[in-house]
Ligand binder design. Structure first.
Ligand code: EPZ
Length: 429
């Protein structure tokens, strides 16, 4: 199993290109199931989760061709996928595959919408909490699917098609909102979603579906309206920049010090996180090439932050901010309201010398003078990368084990940081 070795104490200077967003790529690939024509996706990141979803979709009969490099393109350009779901041969998503990646549960909606049935394994719990799918099932039932739970599988049937409905989510859910906009695009009649997720990835998927002929309005607001159409077409769409990767590298520079241009990304995707960084004393500047982050010399002010759905501070940056606050000049508080129990990084940060107290959903982080390198490991990708951030400022050597978590969501992390001056290397085997 690969590990990453980091020797702390080196500032970061230069440019980091930001990849396409993992959490838009996955639902966009799944949206290909809605049409028999080819969907072409550009700016797709090279990630383990993308390869895994390729396998999962392959199991349904989807054919995916990865485009070759065009002249002048480097590895910093994303990949192009040509995805054809002309022949769906199987509407079952088995436990062995769904249990490896929760987002694969989302195939349920397009399969039922287009094929009239699907049998998808319940995903089960994971390292960041129980993560139920009750709201996704409720939404499919509201759209007219007959739902049965059979031996750990959700079996959904709508042989005569889905019908538009009014769906009010009691809690903001990204997966629930993706599910409804995909299913409702091919339903009979109009669907109204109240309390929809407003994440930029929802807007990106809605934009792509509209290019495919869907009629979705209001994406990015709490209220989305989808007028069903009989058929969707192929389209070409470039995945939006990864706001979580952007925020992660912004915090890495804040931690290590230095001056970095985060290229091919935009501040509007993560304004709440950039505002928090500004409050810590880091210089954040929007440029026409991306976002410049600089910290030269000065200390880090502590902050009070509560995670919440977009446009608030994202849960997917909570672990990274916590790592940063371990070196603040004072005590910070972070409240996690999206997932219960998303604090698995706390014990590992403590191994590096962090002082963090947990009380339910609230973490109190007392800034320390220094962190000291140690072997660490984490159980999910954002937790893993928080350890990388801490290691950049720790004295001596840190070995981050279980690098496969990082490979699920961060493209060529060691190369991107290494090119900017970090002492970081991958140890194979
Ligand atoms: C998406 O997960 C992301 N995954 C997560 O990214 C992200 O942390 C999360 O949204 C919140 O922003 C992808 O986009 C692939 P939710 P999702 O449904 O859709 C509860 C990462 O590190 N809930 O918005 O699964 C749920 O338990 C990841 O890249 C129900 O109660 O999250 C949670 O408390 C991990 N019932 C809250 O809603 C349901 O049926 C929000 O979850 C569904 C959700």
């Amino acid at each position: 199993m690969d590990r990453i070795r980091i020797v702390g104490g080196h500032a970061l200077n230069g440019t980091i290109p930001i990849s396409g967003a993992k959490n838009a790529t996955l639902p966009l690939m799944i949206a290909s199931l809605l049409t028999e024509q080819t969907l072409i996706l550009d700016n797709v990141p090279r990630l383990a989760d993308v390869s895994l979803l390729q396998r999962i979709l392959g199991n349904h009969g989807v054919d995916i061709m990865v485009g070759g490099k065009r002249p002048g393109e480097t590895v910093d350009h994303g990949q192009t996928l040509h995805i054809s779901a002309a022949n769906i041969v199987d509407t079952t998503a088995p436990y062995e595959l769904v249990s490896k990646m929760r987002a694969s549960f989302w195939v349920l909606a397009p399969l039922v919408a287009r094929m009239g049935e699907a049998r998808v394994s319940m995903p089960g719990g994971c390292a960041i909490g129980t993560r139920p799918v009750d709201l996704l099932i409720m939404a499919m039932a509201r759209l007219g699917a007959d739902i049965e739970i059979d031996s750990g599988y959700v079996v959904a049937r709508a042989p005569h098609g889905l019908r538009g409905a009014e769906i009010v989510f009691p809690k903001v859910t990204v997966g629930g909102t993706h599910t409804v906009i995909m299913a409702a695009s091919l339903a009979n009649g109009t669907t109204l979603i109240e309390n929809a997720a407003r994440e930029p990835e929802i807007v990106d998927v809605a934009d792509c579906l509209n290019k495919m002929g869907a009629r979705i309005s209001g994406a990015g607001t709490r209220r989305i309206v989808v007028e069903g159409v009989a058929k969707l077409n192929g389209a070409r769409h470039a995945v939006l920049p990864d706001r979580i990767e952007t925020g992660t590298y912004a915090m890495a520079v804040a931690m290590a010090g230095g001056d970095i241009l985060l290229q091919n990304t935009r501040p509007q995707l993560l304004q709440a996180a950039l505002d928090v960084l500004t409050r810590t004393g880091v210089a954040v500047t929007a440029t026409n090439q991306g976002i410049r982050i600089a910290r030269n010399g000065g200390g880090l002010a502590p902050v009070e932050v509560t995670t919440a759905p977009f446009p608030d501070f994202p849960t997917d940056l909570q672990a990274q901010l916590m790592a940063l606050m371990t070196r603040a000049d004072g005590t910070s508080h972070i409240v996690e309201t999206v997932f219960e129990n998303r604090f698995m990084h706390v014990q590992e940060l403590a191994r590096l010398g962090a002082r963090i107290q947990l009380d339910g959903e609230k973490a109190t982080i007392e800034g320390v003078e220094r962190l000291k390198g140690a072997p660490v490991m984490a159980t999910d990708l954002r937790a893993s990368v928080s350890l990388v951030i801490a290691a950049l400022a720790a004295e001596g050597e840190t070995i981050v084990n279980r690098v496969y978590h990082l490979d699920r969501g961060f493209e060529r992390l060691e190369e991107k940081l290494g090119r900017c001056g970090a002492a970081i290397e991958r140890l194979s085997g």
